[in-house]
Design a binder for this molecule. Structure first.
Ligand SMILES: Cc1cc2nc3c(=O)[nH]c(=O)nc-3n(C[C@H](O)[C@H](O)[C@H](O)COP(=O)(O)O)c2cc1C
Ligand code: SF4
Ligand code: SF4
Length: 314
């Protein structure tokens, strides 16, 4: 297949996942092109691909605004196949509603959904995840990527279930719409810490940061992606009313992934509170992976109810 992976990333978790997805597809003999969405990314000639993959980080149970804007400009062939690989820090069911804008747009253009997968990645806001937890998450992401690629190749359609209530709730908490333009009035740079390296201005996907008279200025087209504050080498950027949730510093995903999963499972049957939602999520990936690839790592036969083309709700 000729596959296009079209994605938005803030702090590069989705870029990392896309690297992995691309590697998996290429390993399986497919041709992959990729498009990372910024405010000035030219629109892709999508119709020439057999399969489109859409990747995005979930922001307040929604897809990012730059992603939505880009998707609106795409033109598809009727019946063109696409899949979604989205990611977020936790696995609350409300996250399922985050694709509603993309799904609506694709339905208007006659696209055909052939899979929707939710990956977990470490939080880039709220609080930093511990290294062992990230190692465990990345090992599950690898499994899910392999499941996803196999399903897509074999016409196995796996989707995520949403409903009207989730859709309404997700629309109601779309924090970017107001949060971006308003919150950006309160962005500040700690001048004692800033070394004027220019990284934030250079890397902002919305070109929302500029130097003026040697000082950093923020505009009001912020996508709330957190790239500037997350990657600032001096942790000098204050992010307005979200500052209490600021997370700063690269997780070093490639290194943590190379280390493999932690010696002791981070999530267990006894995990409580915030961590409870990962129990079922990881179990489902283990079950699907075991069923498909077994211990031999070779694809096994699907059970009958997973007949090709059937709809599997997760
Ligand atoms: C403004 C904002 C809102 C977010 N909202 C959610 C959320 O509702 N649920 C969640 O699990 N993670 C949420 N996250 C965390 C990101 O989805 C997660 O860290 C993701 O992996 C970031 O991907 P990226 O590095 O490609 O931007 C949010 C992050 C940001 C910046
Ligand atoms: S990335 Fe941080 S240190 Fe560099 S210019 Fe921006 S605020 Fe200053
Ligand atoms: S100002 Fe910062 S948070 Fe806003 S879009 Fe630019 S990099 Fe992202």
């Amino acid at each position: 297949m000729k596959i296009a992976l079209i994605y938005f990333t803030g702090t590069y978790n989705t870029r990392f996942l896309t690297d992995k997805a691309e590697a998996e597809f290429v390993r399986r003999g497919h041709d992959v092109d990729r498009v990372e969405i910024n405010c000035d990314t030219p629109v892709l000639d999508a119709a020439k691909y057999d399969l489109l993959g859409f990747g995005y980080p979930i922001y307040g149970f929604n897809s990012p605004l730059p992603f939505n804007r880009y998707v609106k400009r795409l033109r598809l062939r009727a019946g063109q196949k696409y899949f979604i690989y989205k990611n977020s820090g936790e696995t609350l069911a409300l996250n399922n509603a985050s694709s509603r804008i993309l799904l609506r747009r694709m339905a208007v253009m006659g696209g055909e959904l052939v899979g929707e997968y939710h990956f977990v990645m470490p939080y880039n806001i709220h609080f930093p995840f511990e290294k062992d937890f990230v190692r465990e998450i990345l090992s599950y992401d690898q499994k899910l990527l392999r499941i996803m690629a196999y399903n897509l190749e074999h016409g196995i359609i796996q989707t995520l279930e949403s409903n009207v209530l989730y859709d309404l709730a997700s629309a109601a908490v779309s924090i970017q719409k107001l949060g971006g333009p308003i919150n950006s009035f309160f962005y500040r740079v700690d001048e004692d810490k800033c070394i004027s390296c220019g990284l934030c201005a250079k890397s902002c996907p919305e070109k929302n940061i500029r130097f003026e008279d040697g000082k950093l200025k923020f505009g009001h087209s912020c996508a709330m992606c957190m790239r500037c504050s997350f990657h600032c080498p001096k942790d000098a950027i204050r992010i307005g009313f979200l500052d209490g949730w600021r997370v700063n510093g690269d997780y070093g995903l490639a290194r943590l992934e190379a280390e493999g999963p932690p010696e002791q499972p981070y999530i267990t049957e006894e995990s409580q509170g915030f961590y409870k939602c990962y129990i079922k999520y990881f179990q489902k990936i283990d079950e699907d992976y075991e069923r498909l690839f077994g211990l031999s790592q070779k694809p096994a036969e699907y059970p009958e109810e997973w007949a090709e083309g059937s709809l599997i709700k997760t």
